[in-house]
Design a protein around this ligand. Structure first.
Ligand code: SF4
Length: 234
């Protein structure tokens, strides 16, 4: 449904502040890992400015200043900074940032494209997330996004040993936290992914757009189309 509202109906809605925050945070971490020499709070200020510029942002019960200060607090937290250095900057080779990938699935005439946030020197892909709460290993394992990346790398002739994937979670709690959660996926899960993708493609081809009320997005906080759809609370 959200895909239809965005790409077919082109409904003009403000971006949720959580999504804008996540994008700015993500870009700041990438700039840091790409070796930009500015201090973290300056990188954040620049990325936040880029998100806020020319975009309508719905701050809900929060405010622009609160979101900006939250980013500063998280990115200057000594444990978060130590976690970033220990996890990424002590490896023998610098990680690859934003690797473009395409996945082709038989029966779907167009590729599924994306960018892998990070591939560390051991070849394991990973994704950065910001979250209001800490994640459990089960939540990390149940995410579908890693399967796209693992399937695409396999198709490119770069299979990931053990089907490993890592989530790097930056938690917005009063004392910011940095979590690293590794999951391992089997080839049968990649077959399931292809099956799911074909189902979605068949739906789109026939203009059937199913609501997906069991995702993190389906809430008034994260779905910008909530006022049109309301998921299972319709
Ligand atoms: S409210 Fe839920 S089901 Fe509806 S578009 Fe948003 S995420 Fe999808």
């Amino acid at each position: 449904m959200a895909w239809k509202f965005h790409y077919v109906d082109k409904v003009d809605v403000p971006t949720s502040s959580n999504l804008a925050f996540g994008s700015a945070f993500h870009n700041t971490i990438e700039a840091f890992l790409n070796g930009h020499e500015k201090p973290m709070h300056e990188l954040w200020a620049g990325e936040w400015q880029r998100q806020a510029e020319g975009k309508q942002i719905d701050y809900g019960s929060s405010s622009e200043a609160e979101q900006f200060n939250l980013g500063i607090r998280m990115l200057t937290d000594p444990d978060v900074q130590k976690g970033l250095v220990d996890t990424f900057l002590t490896q023998e080779k610098m990680p690859s940032i934003e690797t473009y990938i395409e996945l082709r699935i038989p029966g779907i005439p167009i590729p599924i494209v994306g960018y892998i946030d990070i591939i560390t020197s051991d070849g394991v892909p990973g994704d950065f997330k910001t979250s209001a709460r800490s994640w459990t290993p089960d939540k990390a394992y149940e995410e579908m996004q890693p399967l796209f990346y693992l399937a695409a790398l396999k198709q490119l002739g770069r299979p990931v040993r053990g089907g490993k994937f890592r989530h790097y979670i930056f938690v917005k709690t009063k004392k910011a936290q940095f979590q690293v959660l590794e999951s391992a996926h089997k080839d049968t899960e990649l077959d399931w992914l292809a099956f799911m993708a074909k189902g979605v493609w068949n739906g789109i081809s026939k203009e059937v757009y199913a609501p997906n009320p069991n995702t993190w997005k389906c809430s008034p906080t994260y779905c910008e189309y909530w006022h049109l759809c309301r998921g299972k609370y319709v």
